[in-house]
Design a protein around this ligand. Structure first.
Ligand code: ITT
Ligand code: MG
Length: 198
């Protein structure tokens, strides 16, 4: 197995970098793709897997380093799994606050018992840009969409995501706890096993 002391993280999302670095610990240093380029690749895939691979290959090409990508999002049952892979672009690129407002509006008349949702995370690791065998790991986190935002931690949809096993929103969880329970934590636990770090 290859020794990944340095990986480039194919993400321009500071929240992801913080969480993933905390989960990996000190043995692997994640370097942001932002050190190499500010240009974000277009996420043209139709699945989390395709977009994760696309982002990882792009980062490996630009940096010359092995690359890890995270493609993630929120799949809401009542919305047939939307916004899904379009979670970051749900409110046409206007950002987290606009995404959250649009989601609350879409669910405003939907009762509690129909507000189930899951966070999805796919991690893709490529050893180089043309790697024919990317490592892929997936994690899901089940919860419900709240009627209003609550909590200051985390990022993105965290203030709207109710975590039944903790009775609070994921933005109310201390970061250490989110990093033990989340979709990203589950995907990362699998990746650590695959890399022999677990
Ligand atoms: O593509 P990169 O550069 O990694 O950064 P991004 O923010 O665009 O990331 P995605 O394309 O994977 O889109 C993920 C969306 O899902 C949201 N999301 C993912 N994980 C989340 C988490 O742990 N908590 C809250 N929202 C999350 C996030 O805010 C984005 O709107
Ligand atoms: Mg993105």
């Amino acid at each position: 197995m290859m020794n990944f002391q340095q990986l480039v993280l194919a993400s321009h999302n500071a929240g992801k970098l913080k969480e993933l670095q905390a989960m990996l610990g000190a043995s692997v240093q994640l370097r942001s793709i932002g050190e190499f380029s500010q240009v974000e690749p277009e996420e043209t895939g139709l699945s989390f897997v395709e977009n994760a691979i696309l982002k990882a290959r792009n980062a490996a090409r630009i940096s010359g380093l092995p690359a890890l990508a995270d493609d993630s999002g929120l799949a809401v049952d009542f919305l047939g799994g939307a916004p899904g892979i379009y979670s970051a672009r749900y409110a046409d690129g206007k950002g987290d606050a606009a995404n959250n407002a649009k989601l609350l509006e879409a669910l405003k008349d939907v009762p509690q018992e129909q507000r189930g949702a899951q966070f999805v995370c796919v991690l893709a690791l490529v050893r180089h840009a043309d790697d024919p065998l990317p490592i892929l790991c997936e994690g899901l986190w089940h919860g419900q969409i709240l009627f209003e935002a609550s909590g200051e931690h985390g990022f993105g949809y965290d203030p709207l995501f109710w975590v039944p096993e903790r009775n609070c929103s994921s933005a109310e969880l201390p970061p250490v706890e989110k990093n033990q329970l989340s979709h990203r934590a589950r995907a990362m636990a699998l990746l650590r096993q695959r890399l022999g770090l677990a």
